[in-house]
Design a protein around this ligand. Structure first.
Ligand SMILES: [Zn+2]
Length: 274
């Protein structure tokens, strides 16, 4: 039996409140666009139960991940700032509880955008939380779904230092030389639709071998038009930009990136075969 011709959105915030009104329709359009798997990631602790609930509602297309993002909302004023170790400790029982069900630990990582880090203490807290989540992934033999912003080099170094082997670097914004270090370590890179307008992302597509590339949307953000809500069916835009940049047939990009996705997220297999 040949591999099904389809696309997998390997990083998507389908539980985001922006999809509350029309999630049925968004999922239906994804199916019509030949998307057979959506890897759903939370950002805030409040998303955790929603990610699991939405995966329960669409078990034949959504694979949930759980993990704490390096940027969180302050309770006092709703402003975004670095994650704290205490916040992480509160979500550990939830990750532990669902370890047999989730497809990976994520969205986790480092975000050193100056507006989110006040100093070394914030960076330290992010590193600590990231390390604990690398350890959790290793403990349960799960892949990591990793965010890195203004922190490409520290993220790759930290992953390697702590022995992470199954890694997706989503929307990677680091330099090509650093990306290639990730490739050497066997890491995968997922390409969002905004690559259409990003010379940096197109360079990333050029340097990373097709065997290390995946498709993603990061919906509702990182769409082909930044003023319009992004949706999982837009993985076709990612697929096309990879095909164009690498001078490949889009059908080959669909096949290879789907095979890559199954290698990294083996639990997708149960979903696709449903
Ligand atoms: Zn994300």
């Amino acid at each position: 039996m040949g591999f099904p011709d389809c696309m997998i959105d390997c990083h998507c915030h389908i539980a985001d409140p922006q999809f509350n009104e029309d999630v049925d329709d968004v999922i239906q359009k994804a199916r019509e666009a030949n998307v057979k798997g959506i890897v759903a990631v939370p950002e805030f602790p409040s998303d955790f139960i929603n990610v699991i609930a939405i995966a329960d509602r669409y078990p034949d297309i959504i694979l949930p991940c759980l993990g704490l993002h390096p940027v969180q909302e302050a309770k006092e004023d709703g402003k975004h700032r670095s994650v704290t170790v205490e916040e992480f400790e509160r979500v550990v029982p939830l990750i532990e509880k669902h370890h047999g069900r989730i497809g990976g630990v994520g969205e986790v990582g480092l975000d050193f955008l100056p507006k989110f880090v006040q100093g070394e203490n914030d960076k330290d807290a992010q590193r600590k939380v990231f390390k604990c989540q690398i350890d959790l992934a290793k403990k349960y033999d799960l892949p990591l779904n990793v965010h890195s912003r203004s922190a490409g080099k520290p993220v790759v170094a930290w992953l390697k230092e702590h022995g992470a082997e199954k890694v997706l670097l989503h929307a990677f914004d680091g330099r090509s030389a650093v990306a290639l270090e990730g490739v050497q370590a066997g890491y995968f890179f997922s390409i969002p639709p905004c690559a259409l307008h990003s010379p940096q992302k197109q360079k990333l597509i050029e340097v990373v071998p097709i065997d290390n590339l995946l498709l993603e949307t990061d919906s509702p953000v990182l769409g082909p038009d930044k003023h319009i809500r992004n949706v999982p069916s837009n993985v076709v835009v990612s697929c096309d930009i990879i095909a164009k940049t690498k001078c490949m047939d889009p059908a080959d990009v669909r096949r290879i990136t789907s095979e890559n996705a199954l290698k990294l997220f083996p639990r997708l297999k149960d979903i696709i075969e449903m």
